[in-house]
Design a protein around this ligand. Structure first.
Ligand code: TIU
Length: 733
């Protein structure tokens, strides 16, 4: 298929509308049975003028098909209320029905032929069959006419990196235009497709659309369906003439190809052209069996025959290549602190090993999206450590050089991705466990804001500071990270630290092509802690940031340093004990513990921190978090920054050095990561160059950190950096 240009321009009112393919979504409003079918809410309200709303359905199907074929994000909304109507104000429930001589014979919640009118879960509330959302498309339930009021639509759009919206749906006089006005206020560039939007009063259509584009674009743009569909047809943009038609359907002659790459895009393209997941599973297993570090990377691997029969069953389950779930056939590994029902979770600690009866929510979600589970990866015991040298299952080494540490605690996760044995790994990151090993293995490590992805069914290390992390191949990069995170994130009432929808700061949407952003660095003294190669590469990476809109600002490194110290030097480390079966347990099982972990736990117990000291440290943590959020990460403060940029780790030690000095080196490795969860930040570690050590190429990584809730912004900046240095820092050899 010919590629489409990055930016597409279509004829529109009041002037041509340009949208970047990478940040444009389709937004379909309220294509619900209640608004379209006879006897639905709309039918009752409108006095049976359903002609126009019925006619938009096939048009919306065409636009859906075009977006699905191009794999562009799709958002659907549904208007409706809780069964007890507690979220339905009188302005919706009573006003029209109370009018003298009202025609509103029924109101929201009344029984109708399609179920209770506009009530969630009822037949009439759902979207018409023709436009039914597919797995991976976002469905937003809204209580109001506008789709932004009291919904997570803004968070969802921003999370996916959307700045431009192509809009259709019903009704034009009500929910479509209200939503476009709301979207406009939030910074989105919207274009309504006129054949895809309709209402109950034919006279309203033209004025509704005119008001949108009046005064040179008061709220947005209006264009037509043929114009949009033509612009989304790749051959239109091809310089060569289309292939001549043979006059008959030729059978597919080329076998589906897979180049062996594990990026989400590469696998998807191959699967859509008919590649069997059995082929991927078979060749992946051969890779895993051949890999020199397989034993120390995996604590448990799925059997070869089980993996292949799983791939076969997946293929049978999804025979339609045009309708594959978003992570169909994508192989992944899990850190062995994440539960899979029926399979032991070990935490790299024999006395804590147990067989869970229920899977973690993250595992279940990934499986439902079509991903293929490969196995459980090695970790530093209890996910405590940054070295990868604290496991009874062996010491995984960096995929670059067997003498150097893999980093931890998510050691096996980083190695499994760095060695290209999986497309991604789900790990955890409390003190830097998702970032440091990513850096030491040349992969991307993403630690979103705590509480944005469910931790249910994951064993805790330090509960209030634990966070899931994502590792993806350097080639998959920020694109794969963003896709994975968006597909799995969301509020989970079963996770006590899950962040409720709309509890995070309001994001800013910037649809400008030229991005401007501000960053701060650690002070020179902190960077001086780095090895000479790391120092040099760090300043080299920073040196080019002005080319991608970055402006350096004075930061207050002291705040981050102080927060980092709270993690292990103060009382917070005691929370790790709270995740274990009890203080006596440590004494009882001491011979079964890894010697370094035993020493750490015994030191914590010996120190005997009082409850008062713990509360003081919790207070310090709260105050410091407040301080960074009201100064550095506050857009209206003069010292505002979008991101703090640090080397992911200060140096890359040899395994032999860590074995000799396991605790001090470990703590120094966290110089640039420890404060991340203490201050409730989000962070992404990305490859940022290479250097030679002992004649062998070694990876260097930098981390972008942002305020809790600014995940999309931090991903956007990291993606600009990737654009500058090439994915995997290919251009920085
Ligand atoms: N009442 C009416 O015309 N419409 C709505 O209440 N919702 C939508 O427009 N979707």
């Amino acid at each position: 298929m010919e590629a489409l240009p990055k930016n597409i321009t279509i004829e529109a009112e009041p002037y041509p509308y340009t949208f970047p393919l990478s940040s444009t979504a389709l937004l379909l409003i309220d294509l619900q049975r209640d608004f379209i079918l006879p006897s639905g809410f709309g039918d009752i309200q409108s006095g049976t003028n359903l002609t126009a709303v019925t006619a938009v359905v096939p048009n919306c199907v065409r636009i859906l098909q075009a977006f699905r074929e191009l794999e562009l994000p799709i958002f659907h909304t549904r208007e409706g209320h809780l069964p007890d109507l507690s979220d339905c104000p009188s302005s919706k429930l009573n006003r029209q029905a109370s009018a003298p001589g009202t025609t509103h014979s029924k109101v929201i919640g009344d029984p109708g032929e399609l179920g209770r009118l506009l009530v969630r879960g009822e037949y009439g509330h759902d979207i018409v069959d023709e436009c039914r959302p597919k797995l991976g498309e976002v469905v937003v339930d809204k209580p109001g006419k506008g789709a932004f009021w009291n919904t997570n639509l803004l968070e969802e759009l921003v999370g996916w990196g959307i700045t431009h919206l192509i809009v259709g749906g019903v009704t034009i006089e009500c929910c479509v235009t209200t939503t476009v006005r709301e979207a406009n206020d939030r910074g989105f560039e919207c274009c309504i497709i006129e054949e895809c939007a309709a209402g109950y009063n034919d006279d309203f259509k033209a004025p509704s659309l005119n008001m949108i584009h009046w005064s040179q674009g008061l709220f947005g743009f209006v264009s037509s369906l043929p114009t949009l569909l033509e612009a989304l047809t790749p051959t239109r943009h091809s310089s060569s003439a289309p292939a001549p038609s043979l006059g008959f359907e030729s059978p597919p002659s080329t076998p589906p190809v897979w180049d062996g790459r594990l990026t989400l895009a590469s696998l998807r393209k191959s699967y859509k052209s008919g590649l069997s997941p059995v082929i991927v599973a078979t060749s992946l297993y051969a890779r895993i069996e051949e890999y020199s570090q397989t034993k120390s990377t995996f604590i448990r691997l799925v059997d070869r025959s089980a993996l292949i029969s799983y791939a076969e069953s997946l293929q049978k389950l999804f025979p339609d290549l045009t309708n594959l779930p978003p992570l169909y056939g994508v192989p992944f590994t899990l850190k062995d602190s994440i539960n899979v029902a029926g399979i032991p979770t070990t935490l790299a600690c024999p006395p804590l090993t147990h067989i869970p009866s229920r899977s973690s929510k993250i595992y279940s979600r990934l499986i439902s999206l079509g991903a293929i589970y490969i196995g459980k990866t090695n970790l530093d015991q209890f996910a405590t450590g940054l070295t990868g040298c604290r496991s009874p299952h062996g010491v995984p080494a960096s995929v670059y050089n067997p003498d150097y540490i893999s980093g931890g605690s998510s050691s096996g996760s980083a190695v499994s991705v760095g060695a290209e044995l999986a497309s991604f790994s789900i790990a955890t990151d409390t003190a830097g466990s998702g970032r440091v090993p990513a850096g030491f293995n040349g992969v991307v490590g993403w630690k979103p804001t705590k509480g944005t992805v469910s931790f249910s069914g994951v064993m805790n290390a330090c509960e209030s500071l634990d966070c899931l992390s994502f590792m993806v191949t350097s080639e998959g990069g920020v694109r794969d990270v963003r896709k994975l995170w968006n597909l799995v994130r969301g509020y989970d009432p079963d996770d006590p630290y899950s962040k409720a929808p709309r509890s995070l700061p309001l994001p800013i949407v910037n649809a400008l092509a030229e991005k401007k952003w501000k960053f701060a660095l650690p002070d020179r003294k902190a960077v001086a802690e780095c090895s000479p190669q790391y120092r040099k590469l760090f300043y080299q990476a920073i040196g080019g940031l002005h080319e991608i809109g970055g402006e350096v600002k004075e930061g207050d490194w002291g705040l981050f340093e102080e927060a980092g110290k709270l993690l292990y030097d103060g009382a917070l480390v005691n929370e790790r004990l709270a995740s274990l079966p009890g203080n006596e347990w440590v004494g009882r099982e001491k011979d079964e513990l890894h010697p370094v972990i035993r020493e750490i736990l015994q030191n914590v117990l010996k120190k005997g921190v009082s409850a008062a000291e713990a509360y003081k440290d919790i207070r310090k943590m709260t105050v410091l978090t407040r301080k960074v959020n009201t100064t550095l990460f506050n857009p209206s403060h003069p010292s505002y920054i979008d991101a703090l940029i640090v080397p992911t780790a200060p140096f890359h030690p040899r395994i032999s050095a860590v074995l000799k000095d396991p605790i001090t080196i470990n703590s120094r490795l966290g110089t640039f990561t420890h404060f991340g969860n203490v201050l409730d930040l989000c962070a992404i570690a990305v490859p940022a160059g290479h250097y030679m050590e002992d004649g062998i190429k070694m990876p260097f990584s930098i981390t972008f950190l942002g305020r809790g809730g600014s995940d999309a912004r931090v991903l956007e900046i990291a993606s600009l950096f990737e654009g500058l240095v090439g994915v995997g820092a290919r251009n920085l050899v």
